[in-house]
Design a protein around this ligand. Sequence first.
Ligand SMILES: [Zn+2]
Ligand SMILES: [Zn+2]
Length: 137
Amino acid sequence: MANNLKCPKCGITELTSNVFEDVRVDSCSKCNGVWLHKGELNKIAHPHEGDLEYCSIEHIAEDRISEFNCPNCHDVKLKKVNFISYSDIVLEYCAKCEGIWLDRGELDAINSEIDNIHKAPESWAHRIMVFLSKLPF
Ligand SMILES: [Zn+2]
Ligand SMILES: [Zn+2]
């Protein structure tokens, strides 16, 4: 796979391919941000139930547009989404290619959120129930 994506934040810095948790991801050596293709967040985050990406992007507000472009689609602005909808962690997501940009430290924040959920399994089960009850079928 050609790998000359440019960092959406640093502009001219090219992302470099690194293996992280057995997954090859594109990261920026300057700002330490990480670009994840569709499905990669679920692979590199701590073990979890459910689909982290789907839970994060199910409610995309049209007006939460980032100032940064998708490194993959170039002319498409990223959109801000909250990780698993209710957390304080704001990710940037491309609605076109479904990639996700993580700033430095956001993966750690995501993993501690997952760990917190595991420490409170009842509240997690409750959230899953609330989530399932919102699905349109
Ligand atoms: Zn960068
Ligand atoms: Zn894109």
